[in-house]
Write a protein that binds this ligand. Sequence first.
Ligand code: ZN
Length: 173
Amino acid sequence: MPSEEIIKEFVIKIALEVLPYSQVANDLNIDRKTLSELERNNKLALKEMALIRQIYIRKKFQTVTPREFLAWYTSTPRKCVYCDFTEEDIQLLVSHKQIHTKRLSTRGKTLEIERTSPNLPYDRLDNLVYCCYWCNNAKTDEFSAAEFQPIGQVLKMIWSRRIKAIKETNDSR
Ligand SMILES: [Zn+2]
């Protein structure tokens, strides 16, 4: 059985860096049979990593490597930096029909990656944060992060009210 470390590297090399199988086998010092087994046994992890690659590609990074992006992706708190909205909150509100935007088929269900200072390139990973569609859409390239902070606090209050209303309804059943 390959170690956890080998499995992790395998998934990164195949689905994020998209290296040739021969190179991956060589780098990890494993034979092709083990490689095929790893692929069969880690389908979900490969799929999830491929999604991270898609996001990486979409951002058109110039200098950031896929691995550097992965480090950002896995270490950045997954909630809106302005209103604290999480994807679980969004799901809860969607399932109770408490999200009203008609854009939901294209935007809203997942957090977006936003540049705190809109004039800096995406390549500045220290400038990237997660942001909900509503804050991102309202902030535009007009407001600085500091200027938008109080607006985020108001939105946070509104989301909290909607979530509280759902939880109270559930409790009273
Ligand atoms: Zn937000």
